[in-house]
Design a binder for this molecule. Structure first.
Ligand SMILES: Cc1cc2nc3c(=O)[nH]c(=O)nc-3n(C[C@H](O)[C@H](O)[C@H](O)COP(=O)(O)OP(=O)(O)OC[C@H]3O[C@@H](n4cnc5c(N)ncnc54)[C@H](O)[C@@H]3O)c2cc1C
Length: 498
């Protein structure tokens, strides 16, 4: 008998989502991630749980309906790392007609059931704080609902839940070679150490690396072509005080979001470019930065300039190549390709997908691979991720309870902790009576107690994991703080290992 029923290559949202679903259905699951969880495309998204208003124009009704329906399912599953967000869409003269925008939102409101998120409406921008940062030319706009997600933490929590349900999650473990027989034999490289594992079914969920994994690890070319498309974001000082986002129409017909980010910043993105280059470090080109600045400068009163970036990042989508000419037209829907040959173990390859549809993708994948096993029925729709076991509208109540129980926390500190850990804040704060009981302050309000929790429970191994994925402290840390965090992690890792 093989060691595992299912082996998954790739610890992004799609790999971890499938690992969680499969483990919860009783399968023996191995997931290998060559780097940190979510370190690929899944931490470089626009961080939206959305139907994708723009995809309505492409008549992608299946995708939009499914994604719209997932907003509230995911919000209920993780009301700490996901929150409802209102978006302002100001009509721009010469672009899509206001009537067309209104019609699009009418459809958006009605394509899928909605209980928690309010419908769209027209807003007078001259008398609403949401109009304040916009140029005077915008007198009214359309407001609608989607959700915001901490993408990297969603991946982490999904992996954590998979682990708690029995999956074997191995990070910093690269799958270097597989041999296909009646079962798969995987050769793994875990920090220079060779490991071997066997599994009945193999899943290539390596995101933009699916082609590379197919060619070099599985040594069997992809059955269907993949299209790699890069999207970039820039982060600048906060341009507005409220917690709504903006969706701006660009002159080329695309849309650009401007979103509140990590309290003090604004996140602006994204672009769409065919990707060529090194997948290890995709980065925004000067032309992409200028493009994003130019688009938002047509809307905001206060100019955004390329020289004021606090941070920037790019991600690469691995889309199912439907032959579209323009990168923005290639389908964002997922495709699951099953390769099943007589007497040979099955292989499933994951193309595309969105953070928003990862749970449905996992269910669809289980439909395909479930035929090889006796599995339990779908279960994730009514489930919670770790720390998410509180009502979807209960975030502020939980912040209040947290301050009530640990009164020495400031409101922003309690809010950040609840946003990240939900009900699991208790595991960090324990019976602390004062800030001093939480250990040294390492950067901002990151304490030794929190970092210990991250190392012990969230696979943190380097400062980078904490600064840009488990949290966003990196936007404000000094080089000295970074060194201190690394040293603290090294000292804790010794204690955890011993
Ligand atoms: C710019 C941009 C914006 C986006 N915005 C949104 C959004 O707002 N909302 C939304 O829903 N979706 C969004 N998406 C889509 C979403 O981010 C992706 O569909 C999703 O993150 C893909 O996840 P994945 O797990 O397939 O790939 P990845 O997250 O890239 O994971 C693949 C993993 O495989 C690992 N790997 C590769 N080779 C090996 C190997 N040999 N052994 C072990 N591990 C290996 C990699 O290290 C990587 O971590 C956006 C995408 C982009 C690019």
């Amino acid at each position: 008998m093989p060691d595992f029923d299912l082996a998954i290559i790739g610890g992004g949202i799609n790999g971890t989502g499938l690992a969680r679903d499969a483990a919860g259905r009783g399968l023996r699951v191995l997931l290998v991630e060559s780097n940190d969880l979510g370190s690929g495309t899944s931490s470089a998204s626009s961080k939206l749980i959305h139907g994708g208003l723009r995809y309505l124009e492409k008549y992608a009704f299946r995708l939009v309906r499914e994604a719209l329906g997932e907003r509230e399912v995911l919000l209920r599953m993780a009301p700490h790392v996901i929150r409802p967000m209102r978006f302002m869409l100001p009509p721009m003269p010469g672009m899509r007609a206001p009537l067309l925008l209104r019609l699009g939102l009418f459809i958006y409101d009605r394509l899928a059931p909605r209980q928690l998120l309010p419908p769209s409406r027209t807003v007078d921008l001259t008398h609403n704080p949401i109009g304040q940062p916009l140029q005077r030319l915008f007198r009214y706009g359309f407001e609608y609902s989607d959700c915001w997600v901490d993408d990297a933490r969603l991946v982490l929590l999904t992996a954590m839940d998979a682990k708690e349900r029995g999956a074997d999650i191995r990070i910093h473990t690269r799958c270097v070679r597989v041999e296909r027989g009646a079962n798969w034999e995987l050769v793994l490289n875990r920090r220079g150490r060779r490991e071997v594992a066997t599994a009945r079914v193999l899943v290539n969920a390596a995101g933009p690396w699916i082609g590379e994994v197919a060619e070099t690890v599985i040594r069997q070319p992809l059955k269907a072509p993949v299209r790699l498309i890069k999207g970039s974001h820039i982060v600048v000082r906060r341009r507005f005080e409220h917690d709504c986002g903006y969706i701006f129409q660009a002159p080329d017909g695309r849309v650009v979001f401007a979103l509140p980010f990590a309290d003090e910043f604004t996140l602006i993105g994204t672009t769409d470019e065919n990707f060529v280059g090194d997948l290890k470090s995709p980065a925004p080109s000067p032309a992409e930065v200028t493009y994003l600045c130019d688009v938002v400068n047509q809307y905001f009163r206060e100019r955004v300039t390329p020289d004021e970036l606090v941070w920037s990042f790019s991600g690469v989508r691995a889309l199912y190549d439907d032959g579209s000419k323009r990168p923005e037209d290639v389908t964002r829907d997922y495709e699951l390709v099953l390769d099943q040959k007589k007497d040979l173990a099955p292989l499933l390859t994951v193309y595309g997908g969105k953070i928003t549809t990862h749970r449905k993708l996992a269910e669809a994948a289980m439909d395909k691979i479930g035929v090889f096993f006796k599995t339990l029925p779908p279960w994730t729709a009514g489930s919670s991720l770790p720390g998410g076991d509180f009502p979807a509208d209960g975030f502020y109540a939980l912040v209040g309870e947290t301050i009530g129980r640990w009164p020495f926390l400031s409101e922003p500190h309690a809010r950040r902790l609840v946003r990240a850990y939900g009900t699991r804040v208790e595991r960090i704060l324990g019976d602390a009576q004062s800030m001093d009981d939480l250990g040294p302050r390492l950067t901002g309000d990151l304490t030794g107690a929190e970092l210990r929790y991250l190392v012990e429970h969230e696979w943190v191994e380097t400062a980078e994991d904490v600064l840009y994925r488990r949290g966003k402290f990196g936007l404000k840390t000094t080089p000295d703080e970074r060194i201190a965090i690394n040293q603290f992690i090294v000292s804790l890792s010794g204690q955890v290992a011993s």
